[in-house]
Design a protein around this ligand. Structure first.
Ligand code: THG
Length: 262
């Protein structure tokens, strides 16, 4: 599974403060620690309160790339903020994200092609958060079709069912699991799938437990990538073990170590 480290996000108080004060040390430590813990990519999100998100994105990308060579997942609701990151990214980047909204697709699909970036497609449109699996499928079909027409390979498309907190949207759990399974059936070769895992446990008392079980269940339904906290070692161990049981990786007694060495 592709692990995208979630910790460089202005939503976290310490990160928001580091962005404001241009404190490189905080960001570079988060980048290195997440890499060392097994993140293949790093999510980069300036957070909701940044006054100048374009400058913040530029500073974050430069700061991260001074300290490590991780590919970046550029996370913003604004296309111009994402492009600021794309211009600077040294490795193949990921665009986080488009929705099925035409205005979004018309800007972000060409951007993915221009920079040879992969693209996250949120299964939602203008009308907001999807209510069930059928709505998610409708949005996903629209995104897949648009990408196929434009020539974005399905191996570069990550469909996101939009994970909702289990405490306020408990009924969405099964809808989301089913969506992950059915996204992969939309075409052949199949698009990939991704979730923002920590959404699931927001404002709950058992965050690590919910995240770990949620991730294992999503993997069992075919999930191929997750934006999550790689510093939660038990979460990472759970993901590696789930993939062992699904025969996605080599069999041996020291499979955790073997996976990490690889
Ligand atoms: N899909 C996609 N991208 C995403 C999301 C998604 N990017 C953002 C988010 N969702 C995934 N990343 C996070 C990062 C942090 C948290 C949740 C999801 C989180 N933060 C603490 C909180 O809100 O309780 C912050 C607490 C603090 O201040 O320390 O939970 O779904 N494509």
């Amino acid at each position: 599974m592709l692990v995208v480290g979630e910790l460089i996000n202005g939503m976290y108080k310490a990160v928001g403060k580091a962005i404001e004060e241009k404190d490189k040390g905080v960001i570079q430590k988060l980048a290195k620690d997440q890499r060392a813990a097994g993140a293949s990519m790093l999510d980069v999100n300036t957070g909701p309160y940044t006054k100048n998100p374009k400058d913040a994105m530029k500073w974050l990308v430069e700061t991260i790339q001074e300290s490590c060579d991780a590919p970046l997942c550029l996370d913003s609701t604004k296309a111009d903020v994402i492009e600021e990151g794309l211009k600077l990214a040294k490795n193949k980047a990921m665009i986080n994200s488009t929705s099925s909204d035409d205005e979004k697709l018309e800007v972000l699909v060409p951007l993915a092609l221009k920079y040879n970036a992969s693209l996250i497609g949120l299964a939602m449109g203008k009308s907001g958060i999807p209510r069930d699996k059928n709505e998610r499928m409708e949005h996903a079909v629209k995104i897949v079709t648009k990408c196929q027409e434009a020539g974005v390979p399905m191996s570069d498309l990550y469909l996101d069912p939009i994970v909702m907190p289990v405490n306020v949207a408990q009924a969405q759990g099964p809808e989301i699991m089913e969506s992950i399974k059915e996204f992969a059936l939309l075409c052949d070769p199949a698009p990939k799938t991704i979730v923002g895992l920590s959404n699931a446990s927001q404002s709950t008392k058992e965050r690590p437990l919910i995240n770990r079980i949620y991730l294992v269940m999503a993997i069992a339904n075919g999930l191929t990538a997750a934006i999550c906290d790689p510093l939660d070692k038990l979460l990472m161990d759970a993901a590696i073990t789930a993939e062992l049981i699904l025969n996605k990786n080599i069999y041996c007694d020291s499979f955790l170590e073997a996976y990490r060495t690889k």
